[in-house]
Design a protein around this ligand. Structure first.
Ligand code: ADQ
Length: 444
């Protein structure tokens, strides 16, 4: 079996402790990696002047990481990746900050990765590069003579060509994408946008990311009986729990979500003192000014909503910016009557799928989901809302809170069937099979 080489900006710890089981790519690729030789390559997460790769071998998988210098980190990661590409790809041209020096730093780090990875490659490796940090990597490997199959998966959305056009030298990145044998995105509409921008449809496909629904459901059953879930449940005093779980990021639509909840309490007073909204959003990218401003805005909104709508025995919003371990969150999802997932744009949004997976089949909660999450294309049972409109969020919440059990069950069953059919293992296998086939087409 060909060795699988995964390249991603961050590489999971070779032996994660329980608290580090953060989900994301590591979980999604777990099955793809077991039972086959694999190399996982990327940034160590550390900043130093060292150019020596750090290598750890665990079973059949070799983890190989590089440190970045302070300057590389600033230009490649904080600058071009998070300050330019992240907002642009989430349709937020107004938040982008372009500096040519950062684009150059981004390209330089991609070349550094290619230079370090190249000597480690074997002729029959299959290489799978992940996400927007590493768009030029395939072309950089090709420039060094790599002949292996190289695929790329974009975890975030791809905007319409007219928006992408705002990126100076954006054509260069589109040309880089052509070096890959296969480019995968989350949805058909992302694929269409990317094909239009590239004027080349041949090797772009939609590969919606899945998750281990059965495993998450089993975790939720265990976790709902543990201390933290019992504490949460007792503290609700019978009120319906509305749950939001996100990284603290402006793409997740949190201010609009808070305003939507406030609109619910105002327009549908029957829910006052009958619901509690718990938002868990650990701080991410705290070194970027926009993220600090977002936290301040949410601190203020949460305070104002509690002040205006709260009562002596009721805080309408509980707002937590600390991390909560995944194993606890599974139980919280199961306790929730409503999962509130309202990103302004999201590649997929796995939290929406995790909420569905965690529900009790006999009395499931209801998912209120943004139309602009990739997950909306799959989860037909959810109540879809436009996340820019707090009034629509309020109406969605009201519909979810007043839905009878029979309807909630039938909506949930549709979505559970969907996510069971597209596991993480299924997703990665689909991509790997297509990558293999794409190369075969080129060779023949
Ligand atoms: P993210 O933007 O991080 O990922 P998402 O898919 O919602 O968004 O979450 C990824 C993982 O992180 C999930 O397993 C989730 O449970 C976990 N997570 C999120 N918030 C958490 C919290 N507060 N505490 C603990 N864990 C949390 C990017 C794209 C998404 C895409 C994924 C995967 O932006 O659109 O779905 O990659 O492709």
């Amino acid at each position: 079996m060909a060795r699988l080489v995964i390249v991603s900006n961050r590489v999971p710890a070779p032996r994660p402790n329980k608290e580090e089981k953060a989900g994301g790519l590591a979980v999604a690729l777990k099955d793809a990696l077991t039972g086959r030789p694999a190399l996982w390559f990327g940034w160590s997460g550390h900043i130093s002047a060292s150019t020596e790769p750090n290598v750890h071998v665990v079973g059949d998988t070799t983890f190989c990481t590089l440190d970045l210098t302070e300057r590389e980190h600033r230009l490649y990661y904080a600058g071009f990746s998070n300050g330019m590409l992240w907002p642009l790809l989430h349709y937020r041209v107004g938040l982008t900050e372009f500096r040519r020096e950062e684009l150059e730093g981004y390209r330089a780090v991609n070349e550094k990765f290619a230079n370090s990875l190249m000597p480690l490659l074997r002729p029959d490796d299959m290489i799978w590069v992940h996400d927007f940090h590493l768009i030029p990597l395939g072309a950089a490997l090709r420039a060094l003579g790599a002949k292996q199959r190289v695929g790329f998966f974009l975890h975030v959305p791809f905007p319409p060509a007219a928006l992408f056009d705002a990126l100076p030298q954006g054509q260069g990145l589109l040309a880089d994408l052509k070096a890959y044998d296969l480019v995968g995105v989350q949805t058909e509409s992302d694929a269409e946008n990317l094909r239009n921008a590239m004027h080349d449809g041949a090797h772009v496909g939609a590969f919606p990311i899945g998750m281990d629904a059965a495993g998450f459901a089993a975790d939720a059953v265990k976790s709902v009986r543990r201390k933290e879930a019992l504490r949460l449940s007792a503290s609700l005093s019978g009120r319906a729990l509305i749950l939001g779980v996100d990284r603290l990021d402006y793409s997740k639509g949190l201010p609009e979500r808070f305003k939507g909840y406030a609109a619910l309490l105002k327009r549908f007073p029957e829910h006052r003192n009958k619901v509690t909204f718990l938002q868990v959003a650990p701080i991410s990218r705290g070194d970027v000014a926009q993220y600090r401003a977002l936290k301040r805005e949410l601190d203020e909104l949460a305070g104002r909503i509690n002040g205006e709508h709260g009562d002596i025995d009721w805080n309408p919003i509980r707002w937590i910016t600390r991390g909560v371990p995944r194993a606890q969150l599974a139980g919280f999802h199961r306790l929730a009557r409503v999962g509130l997932v309202t990103p302004l744009r999201d590649g997929m949004n796995l939290v929406a799928k995790e909420f569905i997976a965690a529900q009790n089949p006999h009395d499931p909660g209801v998912l209120v989901l943004s139309r602009f999450a990739g997950a909306a294309a799959e989860l037909k049972g959810a109540i879809l809302v436009n996340p820019h409109d707090p009034e629509e969020i309020a109406e969605g919440l009201h519909a979810a809170l007043t839905m009878d059990t029979a309807e909630a069950k039938s909506r949930w069953a549709v979505d559970m069937e969907t996510i069971l059919a597209n596991s993480a293992a299924h997703w990665s296998q689909r991509f790997i099979d297509a990558l293999q086939a794409s190369q075969a087409a080129l060779v023949n």
